[in-house]
Design a protein around this ligand. Sequence first.
Ligand SMILES: [Fe+2]
Length: 320
Amino acid sequence: MEENNGNISGRRKFLIKSGLAAVAVPFTQVSCQPSKDKVVEVENEDSFEFAFLTDIHIKPEMNAPKGFQMAINKVNALNPDFVITGGDLVYDTMRGNYEQSESLFSLYKEMSKGFNMPVYNCIGNHDLFAIYEESPESEDHPDYKYGMWERHFGKTYYSFDHKGWHFITLNSLEVTDNKRYKGFYHQEQLEWLKKDIAKVDKATPIVITTHIPMICTYIQLNGGSGSRSVANASEVFKILENHNLKLVLQGHIHWKEYGFVNDRFHFLTGGSIAGNGWKGRRHNTKEGFVKIKVKGNDFSWEYIDHGWEAERLKMANKSV
Ligand SMILES: [Fe+2]
């Protein structure tokens, strides 16, 4: 599989949770002990957990670093094998000047070193440097669009493998002619995806991470228009047609949405760490993240409250 190109931030420390981790035994296997009436189920060393944290929107204001630190502490207490982020790591570089944007990415990078496990990052719209008309920086700036993110975290799309599962992080952002962002998988990335997937066994479970959702009911429920899903998501589904796609992890909407499509794959929009710009819930979804537990070919998930809402309300009451 294609190596991850430096997108891991934080400490590179894999924690082996089970003394049986080095023994290659399928999780359904049952081992027969010498005694003929004693059958002991072998512990499933192929099970693991990871955390999905999206829309962190880190900035120095609004006690955001305190809230993010609470999420980091909660993740460390749960001790998953790794963290995947869903984009919008910072708020915001689209309109930004260089110094401010650089300081935001530095703040994120510094804080994310606090995770006790690897962190696989994804790019979001707020991480696109200087793309808006109002930005004082020009399109010729070497950090323009994906540049600043790439300088800090490596490639914006990549894959990695973990305990028999294949994880793909995609870059779901493109810039329009009138200097706005849109949800789109550019051609170069789709070509890379075809090559990447060609090396993956058809039975291998696959997880995709994308900032802009591939599937989202927001507009059906609320009306309006805008970049709430990726315009050419179907091209990715086509590329993965004959593979074992299990789960699509999504950000951007700051709400929680889950679906299971045609007995085939699941999609999960993972709320947000920041809520509504750190000042409350967005779309009535409490600030939090997703813990995913993988067991063999299946998974289960849980939305985790890292305590920010209670802390925010406590601080607000104190200041009244
Ligand atoms: Fe966001």
